[in-house]
Design a protein around this ligand. Structure first.
Ligand SMILES: Nc1nc(=O)c2c([nH]1)NC[C@@H]1CN(c3ccc(C(=O)N[C@@H](CCC(=O)O)C(=O)O)cc3)C=[N+]21
Length: 297
């Protein structure tokens, strides 16, 4: 058996097209143009690439984009002041603070300063709490994108055994919440977990978000399982050139899985599309109130 390849790039393009259409409608009918502000501190090259991609895609969708680049020495207070200024702007509906912030900056204080209604990433404690309560919440972009990819191959997840590998606040924990909401039986594995291969062998859905290149062996995967690879690891390919690999050993996993996301072209493009989705939906809620129509992922 060889796995169905879940095409994240194509899925993200379809979502992007629906977002673009809704943005155009809002401009005509309500003169509403969603705005996304991005704060990037320092010069990390990977972050610059990601922010650049996002800028282009926001613009292509008709979403206004405000770039704030701060020097590496920016202080917690400077960042909080900038966030508060963006909270107050009527033309900004989504705020994203690119993580990680430089050492010495109190990232939780900066995230806490974001108006929860403008929290494009869903990292604010209010949105984290709402998600865990099952209330309407802004959901972090990467897990939201992963859920949409899983749904393509498993429309009804009820009763499925799902394993989330990784317990970060930005991927692992919210991913587990979303799977739980979809009536999966959810296990969260992490660096102290014993017998990960056995847990993998029991899982119908596997989401790998540990940040270690090819750490999940194909031989561990339950035959026919759905494998979502969140990892984006740049490795030396031996000849001095670098390439991207996931947290899953793709070449062996593709022979056992029922469906699998590639890296690149899997989860990454969905993360960006979901960021635009969160910004659009925030703009609709801010303008039309809590019962505003929302675009589905
Ligand atoms: N507040 C915050 N929110 C984030 O969502 C956030 C963040 N900080 N910090 C950094 C990470 C990283 N991230 C990526 C998103 C898309 C791709 C992406 O599109 N990747 C392409 C490949 C890109 C390439 O070739 O390098 C792909 O997987 O196909 C990658 C990385 C969002 N992040």
């Amino acid at each position: 058996m060889t796995a169905t390849i879940i095409d994240g790039r194509a899925t993200a393009q379809r979502l992007h097209a629906r977002i673009t259409a809704r943005v155009a409608e809002l401009a005509v009918s309500h003169s509403l143009v969603p705005g996304l502000a991005v704060i990037l501190v320092g010069e990390d090259p990977a972050s610059q690439v990601y922010v650049g991609n996002k800028t282009r895609q926001a613009q292509a969708a008709g979403i206004r984009h405000f770039d704030h680049r701060l020097p590496i020495g920016a202080t917690t207070q400077e960042l909080i002041d900038l966030v508060k200024a963006l909270n107050a702007r009527e033309d900004v509906h989504g705020i994203l603070v690119q993580l990680p912030l430089p050492p010495g900056v109190d990232d939780s204080a900066v995230l806490a300063a974001i108006d929860p209604s403008k929290d494009a990433d869903g990292f604010h404690a209010i949105n984290v709490g709402r998600l865990s309560l099952g209330e309407p919440a802004t959901v972090p972009c990467t897990p939201l994108g992963c859920l949409s990819l899983i749904r393509q191959v498993i429309p009804v997840m009820s009763g499925k055994r799902a394993l989330v590998i990784g317990r970060s606040n930005i991927v692992g924990k919210p991913m587990a919440q979303l799977l739980l909401q979809n009536d999966c039986t959810v296990t969260i594995a992490h660096s102290r977990t014993r017998d990960l291969p056995q847990l993998c062998a029991e899982s119908d859905i596997l989401v790998a978000a540990i940040g270690r290149p090819r750490a999940i062996a194909g031989a561990w995967i339950r035959p026919g399982a759905v494998v979502i690879d969140v990892g984006i690891n740049r490795i030396d390919d031996g000849s001095g050139k670098s390439r991207l690999v996931g947290d899953v050993d793709y070449d062996s996993a593709v022979l056992r899985a029922g469906a699998i996301t590639p890296v690149p072209g899997g989860v990454g493009p969905m993360t960006i599309a979901c960021l635009l989705l969160n910004t659009l939906n925030a703009a609709q809620r801010i303008r039309f109130g809590p019962t505003a129509e929302q675009l589905a992922p």
